[in-house]
Design a protein around this ligand. Structure first.
Ligand code: 5AD
Ligand code: SF4
Length: 416
């Protein structure tokens, strides 16, 4: 039997697509290789959101040359956001790669009928479903719309049918993913929205939890906030990237909102869904960002106290509006310093929020076991570890929190 190996970096979208590729290969008779060295087929699912991610992919490709020498039958395919339409240029840049296919696409050498609708036969307890591809926003710094194309929603029927199958096959939690899930349905004839989709999926028997990411502050609707508040399976957790706290920077980023509008939205969400966990993304060192403008981001984080902040130093990406219009003029050491300041602040905020969980009991969906400890997430997305000798995989259990850090919680099972 031929063996395959998939290497993935980047966002949840890439992870979702890699899960689908695994099931595709298993359906056509491949087995997972124990290590990359043993594989007959290697798929690299790449990311180019920042230069650092691209560098990792390029160095990974570099390590594959020697594998090909030892195994001349080895085939290598590259997918993900490094793949642009100019495959001739890619082929020259990476002669070791045999096939290129675009992010979210399917291997070109496999019959299209087989790739039409692949659903994992053994999904994880918590499984991703891609609901919308691409992005129409063209935030000035972002390469994604150029690599993943324009927004394209899957139909409600297709998604609900897939969700049902995943639940029948063992999934307990579904995470709906898209670059901007708030745009879901805009391109479909009867214009369903994410709130309507959540309502349909919420009805599936056996499903325990439902999440979605990522939202866009300019598009998040009151209907969606209501859906989070009222649908029992929809968890109290959202990812709402702010990107910056200064209006001039937000404008140059082409985000379509002011910091006051962002603050307002967060307040509205918190008023309607008390205790909701909100995480955000912040870019520091955007072209021209002054100390004062950076401080506006810090103030936003101090004021709104997010559960988590994904922080990134600005990285110029060829082809984006920002890389054409602005000079990447914040020195690397200043970017590094700003990253460190935000990391420290967010670590402190998260530690305080999590310390507030001590002695409280939370419902945890058990996702797996690591080094003898069960782990899972609370409805608010907090990672919780606990000890127990029974097989609790896929169950929702009550855990009393005894220890808290910035990144995770520990506790013990409460008698049910
Ligand atoms: N430089 C730095 N961070 C970026 N992101 C997107 N593009 C860039 C870039 N050029 C960040 C944004 C986005 C997250 C997925 O990655 O914060 O929300
Ligand atoms: Fe990139 Fe903006 Fe689209 Fe997100 S919304 S994928 S940051 S262009």
């Amino acid at each position: 039997m031929p063996l395959y190996h998939i290497w993935t970096i980047g966002c949840q979208m890439n992870k979702a697509e890699s899960e689908r590729l695994c099931s595709l290969f298993e359906q056509i008779g491949y087995q997972p290789a124990a290590s990359i060295e043993e594989a007959d087929l290697i798929i690299l699912n790449s990311c180019v959101i920042r230069q650092s991610a691209e560098n990792k992919v390029v160095s990974k490709i570099g390590t594959l040359k020697s594998l090909k020498k030892n195994n001349p039958g080895l085939k290598i395919a590259l997918t993900g956001c490094l793949v642009d339409p100019d495959t001739d240029r890619l082929q020259k840049r990476f002669p070791v790669v045999d096939y290129f296919f675009k992010a979210g696409g399917m291997p070109p050498w496999i019959d299209k009928r087989l790739t039409a609708n692949i659903i994992p036969s053994k999904p994880a307890v918590s499984t991703f479903i891609n609901i919308i591809q691409g992005c129409n926003n063209f935030c000035s710094y972002c390469i994604v719309p150029y690599r993943r194309g324009r927004e394209k929603s899957r139909t409600v029927d297709e998604i609900v049918c897939e969700a049902k199958t995943l639940v029948e096959r063992g999934a307990k939690e579904l995470i709906l993913v898209g670059q901007n899930v708030d745009s879901y349905g805009n391109d479909l004839p009867d214009k369903p929205d994410l709130a309507a989709l959540l309502e349909d999926i919420n009805k599936i028997d056996g499903l325990k939890r439902l999440r979605f990411l990522t939202n866009h502050p300019k598009d998040m609707s009151d209907r969606l906030i209501d859906a989070i508040a009222t649908l029992d399976k929809v968890c109290e957790e959202i990812n709402l990237p702010a990107q910056a706290g200064d209006d001039q920077i937000l404008n140059a980023m082409r985000r379509g909102y002011t910091s006051a509008q962002y603050r307002n939205l967060v307040k509205r969400i918190r008023a309607r869904v008390p205790d909701i966990a909100i995480s955000t993304d912040i870019i520091v060192g955007f072209p021209g960002e002054t100390e004062e403008q950076f401080k506006a981001s810090v103030d936003l984080l101090k004021e709104l106290r997010f559960d988590n902040t994904h922080i990134a130093a600005y990285s110029a990406r060829t082809g984006t509006i920002a890389s054409r219009e602005y000079k990447d003029n914040v020195p690397p050491e200043v970017k590094k310093e700003r990253v460190a300041i935000v990391e420290k602040l967010q670590g402190e905020i998260a530690a305080e929020i999590n310390a507030g969980m001590l002695d409280k009991t939370v419902e945890v969906l058990v996702e797996g076991k690591k080094q003898g400890k069960w782990h899972g997430r609370s409805r608010r997305g907090k990672l919780v570890f606990f000890n127990n000798k029974n097989d609790l995989l896929g169950q929702v259990v009550k855990i009393k929190i005894e220890k808290a850090s910035s990144w995770s919680l520990q506790g013990s099972l409460v008698d049910m």
